[in-house]
Design a protein around this ligand. Sequence first.
Ligand code: 6PG
Length: 491
Amino acid sequence: MSDTLYDFGMIGLGVMGSNFLLNMADHGYKVIGFDLDAAKAKKLEDEATSGTTVKGVVTLEEMVTQLDKPRRIMMLVPAGKPVDNVIENLLPFIEKDDVIIDGGNSHYVDTLKRVNYLNEKGIHFMGMGVSGGEKGARLGPSIMPGGDLAAWQRVKPMLEAVSAKVGGEPCVAYMGKGAAGHYVKMVHNGIEYAIMQLISEAYDMLKRGIGLNNDELAKVFTEWNKNELESFLIEITSEIFLKDDEDAQTRLVDVVSDKAGSKGTGKWTSQDAMELPVSVPVIDVAVAMRTLSAYKDERLAAAQLYHPKTKDLKGGKQTDIEKIKDALYFATIICYAQGLSMLYKASTELNMEIPLGDVVKIWRGGCIIRSALLEDFYKAFKKDKTLSNILLSKHTAKLLKKKEKHLRAVIKLAVQSKIPVSGLMSALGYFDAYCSATMPTNLIQAQRDYFGAHTYQRIDKEGIFHTEWHEEVVQADKKHAETENPQPDSK
Ligand code: 6PG
Protein backbone atom coordinates (compact mmCIF):
# COMPACT_ATOMS: atom_id res chain seq x y z
CA MET A 1 0.00 0.00 0.00
CA SER A 2 1.43 3.41 -0.94
CA ASP A 3 1.80 6.27 1.54
CA THR A 4 -0.35 8.60 -0.52
CA LEU A 5 -3.39 9.90 1.29
CA TYR A 6 -6.20 10.67 -1.09
CA ASP A 7 -8.42 13.77 -0.94
CA PHE A 8 -11.63 12.24 -2.18
CA GLY A 9 -13.14 8.76 -2.54
CA MET A 10 -15.86 7.51 -4.89
CA ILE A 11 -18.02 4.44 -4.45
CA GLY A 12 -19.39 3.10 -7.71
CA LEU A 13 -17.27 3.44 -10.83
CA GLY A 14 -19.97 3.40 -13.47
CA VAL A 15 -19.67 6.12 -16.12
CA MET A 16 -20.99 8.85 -13.84
CA GLY A 17 -18.83 7.88 -10.83
CA SER A 18 -15.58 7.43 -12.77
CA ASN A 19 -16.09 10.57 -14.87
CA PHE A 20 -16.83 12.69 -11.80
CA LEU A 21 -13.70 11.37 -10.13
CA LEU A 22 -11.50 11.93 -13.20
CA ASN A 23 -12.85 15.47 -13.41
CA MET A 24 -11.78 15.99 -9.80
CA ALA A 25 -8.32 14.60 -10.53
CA ASP A 26 -8.00 16.99 -13.48
CA HIS A 27 -8.49 19.80 -10.99
CA GLY A 28 -5.50 18.71 -8.93
CA TYR A 29 -7.16 16.50 -6.33
CA LYS A 30 -5.79 13.06 -5.43
CA VAL A 31 -8.67 10.65 -5.88
CA ILE A 32 -9.45 7.02 -5.19
CA GLY A 33 -12.41 5.00 -6.45
CA PHE A 34 -13.93 1.71 -5.36
CA ASP A 35 -15.90 -0.79 -7.38
CA LEU A 36 -16.37 -4.53 -6.84
CA ASP A 37 -15.74 -4.95 -10.54
CA ALA A 38 -11.95 -5.03 -10.99
CA ALA A 39 -12.28 -4.11 -14.67
CA LYS A 40 -13.96 -0.83 -13.72
CA ALA A 41 -11.30 -0.05 -11.11
CA LYS A 42 -8.60 -0.63 -13.72
CA LYS A 43 -10.45 1.37 -16.39
CA LEU A 44 -10.54 4.34 -14.00
CA GLU A 45 -6.76 4.34 -13.76
CA ASP A 46 -6.36 3.78 -17.51
CA GLU A 47 -8.55 6.76 -18.34
CA ALA A 48 -6.84 9.18 -15.97
CA THR A 49 -5.08 12.18 -17.50
CA SER A 50 -1.34 11.70 -17.26
CA GLY A 51 0.18 13.48 -14.30
CA THR A 52 -2.98 13.16 -12.18
CA THR A 53 -3.24 10.97 -9.07
CA VAL A 54 -5.99 8.41 -9.57
CA LYS A 55 -6.34 4.97 -8.00
CA GLY A 56 -8.93 2.22 -8.42
CA VAL A 57 -9.51 -0.41 -5.71
CA VAL A 58 -11.84 -3.37 -5.25
CA THR A 59 -12.54 -3.30 -1.51
CA LEU A 60 -14.14 -0.56 0.54
CA GLU A 61 -11.58 -0.97 3.27
CA GLU A 62 -8.70 -0.29 0.87
CA MET A 63 -10.38 2.91 -0.20
CA VAL A 64 -11.36 4.18 3.24
CA THR A 65 -7.98 3.54 4.83
CA GLN A 66 -6.18 5.51 2.15
CA LEU A 67 -8.28 8.65 2.53
CA ASP A 68 -7.10 11.75 4.33
CA LYS A 69 -9.12 12.40 7.53
CA PRO A 70 -11.76 13.56 8.12
CA ARG A 71 -12.73 11.68 4.99
CA ARG A 72 -14.73 12.87 2.02
CA ILE A 73 -16.55 10.01 0.31
CA MET A 74 -19.15 10.17 -2.41
CA MET A 75 -21.31 7.40 -3.82
CA LEU A 76 -22.84 7.24 -7.26
CA VAL A 77 -24.92 4.06 -7.15
CA PRO A 78 -28.53 3.33 -8.16
CA ALA A 79 -31.17 4.88 -5.87
CA GLY A 80 -32.91 2.81 -3.21
CA LYS A 81 -31.51 -0.27 -1.47
CA PRO A 82 -28.00 0.02 -2.99
CA VAL A 83 -27.50 3.34 -1.15
CA ASP A 84 -28.47 1.76 2.20
CA ASN A 85 -26.20 -1.21 1.50
CA VAL A 86 -23.25 1.08 0.81
CA ILE A 87 -23.91 2.98 4.05
CA GLU A 88 -24.06 -0.23 6.10
CA ASN A 89 -20.89 -1.56 4.46
CA LEU A 90 -19.10 1.73 5.11
CA LEU A 91 -20.05 2.10 8.75
CA PRO A 92 -17.40 -0.28 10.19
CA PHE A 93 -14.63 1.75 8.53
CA ILE A 94 -15.64 5.38 8.82
CA GLU A 95 -15.39 7.73 11.80
CA LYS A 96 -17.04 10.70 13.40
CA ASP A 97 -16.76 13.86 11.27
CA ASP A 98 -16.34 12.00 7.99
CA VAL A 99 -18.47 13.36 5.15
CA ILE A 100 -20.55 10.95 3.06
CA ILE A 101 -22.26 12.24 -0.08
CA ASP A 102 -24.99 10.50 -2.03
CA GLY A 103 -24.69 11.92 -5.54
CA GLY A 104 -27.33 9.69 -7.14
CA ASN A 105 -31.00 10.33 -7.85
CA SER A 106 -32.28 9.26 -4.42
CA HIS A 107 -35.76 10.12 -3.27
CA TYR A 108 -35.57 12.99 -0.80
CA VAL A 109 -37.59 11.15 1.85
CA ASP A 110 -34.96 8.38 1.91
CA THR A 111 -32.23 11.01 2.10
CA LEU A 112 -33.85 12.64 5.13
CA LYS A 113 -33.94 9.29 6.95
CA ARG A 114 -30.27 8.69 6.14
CA VAL A 115 -29.29 12.21 7.27
CA ASN A 116 -30.88 11.57 10.68
CA TYR A 117 -29.55 8.02 10.97
CA LEU A 118 -25.95 9.06 10.29
CA ASN A 119 -26.22 12.30 12.23
CA GLU A 120 -26.75 10.23 15.38
CA LYS A 121 -23.40 8.60 14.70
CA GLY A 122 -21.63 11.93 14.16
CA ILE A 123 -21.30 11.34 10.41
CA HIS A 124 -22.12 14.20 8.02
CA PHE A 125 -24.42 12.91 5.28
CA MET A 126 -25.28 15.04 2.31
CA GLY A 127 -27.80 14.37 -0.47
CA MET A 128 -26.54 15.95 -3.65
CA GLY A 129 -28.04 16.17 -7.13
CA VAL A 130 -25.62 15.91 -10.05
CA SER A 131 -26.87 16.73 -13.51
CA GLY A 132 -25.28 16.67 -16.92
CA GLY A 133 -24.99 13.02 -17.86
CA GLU A 134 -21.65 11.32 -18.45
CA LYS A 135 -20.13 14.20 -20.40
CA GLY A 136 -21.21 16.68 -17.76
CA ALA A 137 -19.70 14.58 -14.97
CA ARG A 138 -16.36 14.59 -16.82
CA LEU A 139 -16.30 18.18 -18.03
CA GLY A 140 -18.45 20.10 -15.57
CA PRO A 141 -21.87 19.18 -14.18
CA SER A 142 -24.41 21.29 -12.38
CA ILE A 143 -24.24 20.23 -8.73
CA MET A 144 -27.05 20.53 -6.19
CA PRO A 145 -25.84 19.84 -2.63
CA GLY A 146 -28.04 20.34 0.41
CA GLY A 147 -28.39 19.54 4.10
CA ASP A 148 -25.43 19.43 6.42
CA LEU A 149 -23.78 22.88 6.31
CA ALA A 150 -20.51 21.65 7.81
CA ALA A 151 -20.27 18.99 5.11
CA TRP A 152 -20.98 21.58 2.42
CA GLN A 153 -18.18 23.83 3.70
CA ARG A 154 -15.76 20.89 3.62
CA VAL A 155 -16.41 20.00 -0.02
CA LYS A 156 -17.29 23.43 -1.39
CA PRO A 157 -13.90 24.26 -2.98
CA MET A 158 -13.72 20.85 -4.65
CA LEU A 159 -17.25 21.02 -6.01
CA GLU A 160 -16.74 24.56 -7.24
CA ALA A 161 -13.63 23.44 -9.08
CA VAL A 162 -15.30 20.52 -10.90
CA SER A 163 -18.65 22.12 -11.65
CA ALA A 164 -19.65 23.79 -14.92
CA LYS A 165 -19.06 27.56 -15.06
CA VAL A 166 -21.22 30.30 -16.50
CA GLY A 167 -19.50 33.66 -16.85
CA GLY A 168 -16.84 32.35 -14.47
CA GLU A 169 -19.43 31.51 -11.81
CA PRO A 170 -19.55 27.87 -10.63
CA CYS A 171 -22.76 25.91 -11.20
CA VAL A 172 -22.91 24.65 -7.65
CA ALA A 173 -24.52 26.22 -4.58
CA TYR A 174 -26.05 25.18 -1.30
CA MET A 175 -29.67 24.24 -2.07
CA GLY A 176 -31.09 24.35 1.45
CA LYS A 177 -31.72 22.31 4.56
CA GLY A 178 -32.38 18.60 5.05
CA ALA A 179 -32.83 16.79 1.78
CA ALA A 180 -33.00 19.97 -0.33
CA GLY A 181 -30.22 18.82 -2.68
CA HIS A 182 -32.13 15.75 -3.80
CA TYR A 183 -35.42 17.63 -3.78
CA VAL A 184 -34.09 20.27 -6.17
CA LYS A 185 -32.63 17.56 -8.42
CA MET A 186 -35.96 15.71 -8.44
CA VAL A 187 -37.77 18.85 -9.58
CA HIS A 188 -35.01 19.48 -12.14
CA ASN A 189 -35.85 16.07 -13.58
CA GLY A 190 -39.58 16.80 -13.52
CA ILE A 191 -38.92 19.90 -15.62
CA GLU A 192 -36.65 17.77 -17.83
CA TYR A 193 -39.52 15.32 -18.44
CA ALA A 194 -41.93 18.15 -19.26
CA ILE A 195 -39.63 19.93 -21.72
CA MET A 196 -38.76 16.64 -23.44
CA GLN A 197 -42.48 15.92 -23.84
CA LEU A 198 -43.02 19.35 -25.45
CA ILE A 199 -40.08 18.90 -27.80
CA SER A 200 -41.46 15.52 -28.89
CA GLU A 201 -44.82 17.18 -29.65
CA ALA A 202 -43.11 19.90 -31.71
CA TYR A 203 -41.26 17.13 -33.57
CA ASP A 204 -44.56 15.37 -34.29
CA MET A 205 -46.10 18.59 -35.62
CA LEU A 206 -43.09 19.29 -37.82
CA LYS A 207 -42.79 15.72 -39.07
CA ARG A 208 -46.34 14.50 -39.52
CA GLY A 209 -48.09 17.85 -39.74
CA ILE A 210 -45.73 19.72 -42.05
CA GLY A 211 -43.92 16.73 -43.53
CA LEU A 212 -40.32 17.70 -42.73
CA ASN A 213 -37.68 15.01 -43.23
CA ASN A 214 -34.81 14.39 -40.81
CA ASP A 215 -32.42 16.76 -42.57
CA GLU A 216 -34.99 19.52 -42.47
CA LEU A 217 -35.79 18.75 -38.84
CA ALA A 218 -32.10 18.99 -37.97
CA LYS A 219 -31.92 22.38 -39.69
CA VAL A 220 -35.00 23.70 -37.89
CA PHE A 221 -33.70 22.65 -34.47
CA THR A 222 -30.23 24.03 -35.24
CA GLU A 223 -31.84 27.37 -36.12
CA TRP A 224 -33.98 27.30 -32.97
CA ASN A 225 -30.88 26.69 -30.91
CA LYS A 226 -29.36 29.94 -32.17
CA ASN A 227 -32.10 32.10 -30.71
CA GLU A 228 -34.33 32.42 -27.68
CA LEU A 229 -34.97 28.64 -27.52
CA GLU A 230 -31.25 27.95 -27.11
CA SER A 231 -30.81 25.00 -24.77
CA PHE A 232 -29.02 21.71 -24.31
CA LEU A 233 -32.12 19.66 -25.12
CA ILE A 234 -32.79 21.54 -28.39
CA GLU A 235 -29.12 21.19 -29.32
CA ILE A 236 -28.95 17.42 -28.83
CA THR A 237 -32.29 17.03 -30.64
CA SER A 238 -30.84 18.68 -33.77
CA GLU A 239 -27.95 16.19 -33.71
CA ILE A 240 -30.18 13.16 -33.16
CA PHE A 241 -31.91 13.64 -36.55
CA LEU A 242 -28.59 13.31 -38.37
CA LYS A 243 -27.41 10.02 -36.89
CA ASP A 244 -27.40 7.21 -39.50
CA ASP A 245 -28.07 3.58 -38.74
CA GLU A 246 -26.09 1.10 -40.81
CA ASP A 247 -28.33 -1.92 -40.11
CA ALA A 248 -31.56 -0.24 -41.07
CA GLN A 249 -29.96 1.99 -43.74
CA THR A 250 -31.94 4.88 -42.41
CA ARG A 251 -31.69 7.49 -39.69
CA LEU A 252 -31.42 5.88 -36.28
CA VAL A 253 -34.21 7.96 -34.76
CA ASP A 254 -36.68 6.33 -37.17
CA VAL A 255 -35.96 2.84 -35.85
CA VAL A 256 -35.95 3.72 -32.15
CA SER A 257 -38.99 2.19 -30.41
CA ASP A 258 -41.56 4.71 -29.21
CA LYS A 259 -41.93 3.03 -25.81
CA ALA A 260 -40.35 5.58 -23.45
CA GLY A 261 -38.56 4.46 -20.30
CA SER A 262 -38.14 6.23 -16.99
CA LYS A 263 -36.37 5.72 -13.72
CA GLY A 264 -38.96 7.41 -11.56
CA THR A 265 -37.83 10.96 -10.82
CA GLY A 266 -40.57 12.49 -13.00
CA LYS A 267 -43.21 10.40 -11.26
CA TRP A 268 -41.85 11.42 -7.86
CA THR A 269 -42.10 15.08 -8.86
CA SER A 270 -45.76 14.63 -9.77
CA GLN A 271 -46.52 12.65 -6.64
CA ASP A 272 -44.75 15.09 -4.36
CA ALA A 273 -46.37 18.07 -6.07
CA MET A 274 -49.75 16.57 -5.18
CA GLU A 275 -48.57 16.03 -1.61
CA LEU A 276 -47.53 19.67 -1.10
CA PRO A 277 -49.90 20.53 -2.90
CA VAL A 278 -48.84 22.54 -5.91
CA SER A 279 -50.03 22.41 -9.50
CA VAL A 280 -47.53 21.01 -12.07
CA PRO A 281 -49.79 19.65 -14.82
CA VAL A 282 -47.26 19.69 -17.68
CA ILE A 283 -44.99 17.44 -15.61
CA ASP A 284 -47.99 15.20 -14.82
CA VAL A 285 -48.81 14.95 -18.52
CA ALA A 286 -45.19 14.18 -19.41
CA VAL A 287 -45.17 11.26 -16.98
CA ALA A 288 -48.56 10.07 -18.24
CA MET A 289 -47.46 10.19 -21.89
CA ARG A 290 -44.33 8.12 -21.19
CA THR A 291 -46.59 5.61 -19.44
CA LEU A 292 -49.06 5.57 -22.34
CA SER A 293 -46.22 5.12 -24.82
CA ALA A 294 -45.47 1.76 -23.23
CA TYR A 295 -49.02 0.51 -23.91
CA LYS A 296 -48.00 -0.25 -27.48
CA ASP A 297 -50.35 -3.21 -28.11
CA GLU A 298 -53.39 -1.30 -26.92
CA ARG A 299 -52.41 1.72 -28.98
CA LEU A 300 -52.07 -0.47 -32.06
CA ALA A 301 -55.51 -1.97 -31.43
CA ALA A 302 -57.04 1.48 -30.91
CA ALA A 303 -55.39 2.77 -34.08
CA GLN A 304 -57.01 -0.12 -35.99
CA LEU A 305 -60.37 0.69 -34.45
CA TYR A 306 -60.43 4.47 -34.87
CA HIS A 307 -58.14 4.96 -37.90
CA PRO A 308 -56.97 8.42 -36.89
CA LYS A 309 -55.85 10.04 -40.14
CA THR A 310 -53.36 12.80 -39.60
CA LYS A 311 -54.11 15.76 -41.85
CA ASP A 312 -51.54 18.21 -43.15
CA LEU A 313 -51.42 21.46 -41.23
CA LYS A 314 -52.21 23.31 -44.47
CA GLY A 315 -50.65 26.59 -43.38
CA GLY A 316 -47.60 28.10 -45.03
CA LYS A 317 -44.65 25.86 -44.15
CA GLN A 318 -42.40 28.60 -42.83
CA THR A 319 -45.21 30.32 -40.91
CA ASP A 320 -46.19 27.07 -39.24
CA ILE A 321 -42.59 26.34 -38.23
CA GLU A 322 -42.40 29.80 -36.67
CA LYS A 323 -45.66 29.24 -34.80
CA ILE A 324 -44.49 25.87 -33.48
CA LYS A 325 -41.28 27.47 -32.28
CA ASP A 326 -43.20 30.14 -30.39
CA ALA A 327 -45.60 27.59 -28.93
CA LEU A 328 -42.68 25.51 -27.68
CA TYR A 329 -41.04 28.59 -26.20
CA PHE A 330 -44.21 29.64 -24.37
CA ALA A 331 -44.87 26.14 -23.02
CA THR A 332 -41.25 25.69 -21.96
CA ILE A 333 -41.55 28.79 -19.78
CA ILE A 334 -44.62 27.21 -18.19
CA CYS A 335 -42.60 24.05 -17.37
CA TYR A 336 -39.98 26.08 -15.53
CA ALA A 337 -42.72 28.12 -13.82
CA GLN A 338 -44.39 24.97 -12.51
CA GLY A 339 -41.14 23.39 -11.29
CA LEU A 340 -39.94 26.57 -9.62
CA SER A 341 -43.31 27.20 -7.98
CA MET A 342 -43.02 23.69 -6.54
CA LEU A 343 -39.62 24.56 -5.06
CA TYR A 344 -41.06 27.80 -3.68
CA LYS A 345 -43.79 25.90 -1.88
CA ALA A 346 -41.49 23.10 -0.69
CA SER A 347 -39.06 25.65 0.64
CA THR A 348 -41.47 26.67 3.40
CA GLU A 349 -43.80 23.65 3.62
CA LEU A 350 -40.91 21.18 4.03
CA ASN A 351 -38.72 23.65 5.87
CA MET A 352 -35.91 23.45 3.33
CA GLU A 353 -35.23 27.16 2.77
CA ILE A 354 -34.37 26.69 -0.88
CA PRO A 355 -32.68 29.77 -2.41
CA LEU A 356 -34.55 29.98 -5.73
CA GLY A 357 -32.17 32.57 -7.19
CA ASP A 358 -29.26 30.18 -6.64
CA VAL A 359 -31.23 27.28 -8.11
CA VAL A 360 -31.75 29.03 -11.46
CA LYS A 361 -28.21 30.36 -11.30
CA ILE A 362 -26.66 26.89 -11.12
CA TRP A 363 -29.08 25.44 -13.68
CA ARG A 364 -27.74 27.89 -16.28
CA GLY A 365 -24.83 25.56 -17.05
CA GLY A 366 -23.90 21.88 -16.92
CA CYS A 367 -27.35 20.38 -16.38
CA ILE A 368 -29.82 18.79 -18.77
CA ILE A 369 -32.33 21.67 -18.54
CA ARG A 370 -29.79 24.46 -19.08
CA SER A 371 -31.13 27.07 -21.45
CA ALA A 372 -30.98 30.73 -22.37
CA LEU A 373 -34.28 31.18 -20.54
CA LEU A 374 -32.65 30.51 -17.18
CA GLU A 375 -30.68 33.73 -17.61
CA ASP A 376 -34.02 35.60 -17.74
CA PHE A 377 -35.27 33.82 -14.63
CA TYR A 378 -31.98 34.48 -12.84
CA LYS A 379 -32.50 38.20 -13.44
CA ALA A 380 -36.12 37.94 -12.28
CA PHE A 381 -35.06 36.35 -8.98
CA LYS A 382 -32.30 38.92 -8.55
CA LYS A 383 -35.01 41.57 -8.66
CA ASP A 384 -37.37 39.70 -6.38
CA LYS A 385 -36.06 36.85 -4.23
CA THR A 386 -39.56 36.05 -3.01
CA LEU A 387 -41.14 35.44 -6.40
CA SER A 388 -43.67 32.64 -5.83
CA ASN A 389 -44.12 31.99 -9.54
CA ILE A 390 -42.05 33.37 -12.40
CA LEU A 391 -45.28 34.03 -14.30
CA LEU A 392 -45.70 36.96 -11.91
CA SER A 393 -42.52 38.63 -13.12
CA LYS A 394 -43.16 41.51 -15.52
CA HIS A 395 -40.29 40.41 -17.72
CA THR A 396 -41.70 36.86 -18.06
CA ALA A 397 -45.10 38.34 -18.85
CA LYS A 398 -43.53 40.31 -21.69
CA LEU A 399 -41.92 37.15 -23.10
CA LEU A 400 -45.17 35.20 -22.89
CA LYS A 401 -47.45 37.87 -24.32
CA LYS A 402 -45.45 37.90 -27.55
CA LYS A 403 -45.97 34.17 -28.09
CA GLU A 404 -49.40 33.45 -26.66
CA LYS A 405 -51.25 33.84 -29.96
CA HIS A 406 -49.06 31.24 -31.64
CA LEU A 407 -49.49 28.67 -28.89
CA ARG A 408 -53.27 28.96 -29.29
CA ALA A 409 -52.92 28.69 -33.08
CA VAL A 410 -50.68 25.62 -32.89
CA ILE A 411 -53.05 23.83 -30.53
CA LYS A 412 -55.91 24.56 -32.93
CA LEU A 413 -53.90 23.20 -35.85
CA ALA A 414 -52.91 20.12 -33.88
CA VAL A 415 -56.52 19.38 -32.94
CA GLN A 416 -57.63 19.72 -36.57
CA SER A 417 -54.77 17.49 -37.70
CA LYS A 418 -55.33 14.88 -34.97
CA ILE A 419 -51.79 15.26 -33.65
CA PRO A 420 -51.75 14.74 -29.86
CA VAL A 421 -50.24 17.73 -28.05
CA SER A 422 -51.27 17.12 -24.44
CA GLY A 423 -48.20 18.90 -23.11
CA LEU A 424 -48.84 22.09 -25.08
CA MET A 425 -52.54 21.97 -24.21
CA SER A 426 -51.77 21.48 -20.57
CA ALA A 427 -49.35 24.40 -20.55
CA LEU A 428 -52.00 26.68 -22.04
CA GLY A 429 -54.71 25.33 -19.73
CA TYR A 430 -52.52 26.05 -16.71
CA PHE A 431 -51.71 29.53 -17.99
CA ASP A 432 -55.36 30.38 -18.62
CA ALA A 433 -56.38 29.10 -15.19
CA TYR A 434 -53.49 30.79 -13.42
CA CYS A 435 -54.46 34.10 -15.03
CA SER A 436 -58.14 33.72 -14.11
CA ALA A 437 -59.30 36.10 -11.40
CA THR A 438 -62.24 33.78 -10.97
CA MET A 439 -62.35 30.07 -11.63
CA PRO A 440 -65.48 27.95 -12.00
CA THR A 441 -64.56 26.11 -8.80
CA ASN A 442 -67.42 27.88 -7.00
CA LEU A 443 -69.60 25.27 -8.67
CA ILE A 444 -67.41 22.44 -7.38
CA GLN A 445 -67.75 23.85 -3.87
CA ALA A 446 -71.52 23.95 -4.29
CA GLN A 447 -71.59 20.36 -5.53
CA ARG A 448 -69.42 19.19 -2.63
CA ASP A 449 -71.72 20.88 -0.18
CA TYR A 450 -74.81 19.49 -1.95
CA PHE A 451 -73.85 15.83 -1.79
CA GLY A 452 -71.51 15.73 1.18
CA ALA A 453 -72.22 18.75 3.39
CA HIS A 454 -68.58 19.74 2.93
CA THR A 455 -69.44 23.43 3.52
CA TYR A 456 -68.30 26.44 1.54
CA GLN A 457 -67.19 30.02 1.97
CA ARG A 458 -68.88 33.05 0.39
CA ILE A 459 -67.45 36.05 -1.39
CA ASP A 460 -69.93 38.49 0.16
CA LYS A 461 -69.61 37.61 3.83
CA GLU A 462 -67.25 35.90 6.29
CA GLY A 463 -67.89 32.44 7.69
CA ILE A 464 -68.36 28.78 6.82
CA PHE A 465 -71.71 27.83 5.32
CA HIS A 466 -73.77 24.78 4.62
CA THR A 467 -77.01 24.67 2.69
CA GLU A 468 -79.68 22.01 2.30
CA TRP A 469 -79.49 22.55 -1.45
CA HIS A 470 -82.18 20.07 -2.46
CA GLU A 471 -84.81 21.21 0.03
CA GLU A 472 -84.19 24.86 -0.66
CA VAL A 473 -84.42 24.29 -4.38
CA VAL A 474 -87.71 22.41 -3.95
CA GLN A 475 -89.07 25.22 -1.74
CA ALA A 476 -87.92 27.85 -4.20
CA ASP A 477 -89.49 25.93 -7.10
CA LYS A 478 -92.76 25.70 -5.17
CA LYS A 479 -92.73 29.42 -4.41
CA HIS A 480 -91.90 30.18 -8.01
CA ALA A 481 -94.76 28.01 -9.25
CA GLU A 482 -97.13 29.72 -6.82
CA THR A 483 -96.24 33.23 -8.00
CA GLU A 484 -96.51 32.15 -11.63
CA ASN A 485 -99.89 30.39 -11.13
CA PRO A 486 -101.65 31.92 -8.11
CA GLN A 487 -104.33 29.62 -6.59
CA PRO A 488 -107.93 30.96 -7.06
CA ASP A 489 -109.42 32.49 -3.89
CA SER A 490 -111.36 29.75 -2.07
CA LYS A 491 -114.03 32.20 -0.80
C1 6PG B 1 -29.39 14.51 -15.36
C2 6PG B 1 -30.45 13.51 -15.73
C3 6PG B 1 -30.10 12.19 -15.17
C4 6PG B 1 -30.81 11.06 -15.87
C5 6PG B 1 -32.27 10.97 -15.56
C6 6PG B 1 -33.02 10.24 -16.62
O1 6PG B 1 -29.77 15.51 -14.79
O2 6PG B 1 -28.23 14.28 -15.66
O3 6PG B 1 -31.69 13.92 -15.24
O4 6PG B 1 -30.28 12.25 -13.81
O5 6PG B 1 -30.63 11.16 -17.23
O6 6PG B 1 -32.37 10.26 -14.39
O7 6PG B 1 -34.19 9.87 -16.08
P1 6PG B 1 -35.19 8.89 -16.73
O8 6PG B 1 -34.47 7.59 -17.01
O9 6PG B 1 -36.26 8.74 -15.71
O10 6PG B 1 -35.66 9.52 -18.00
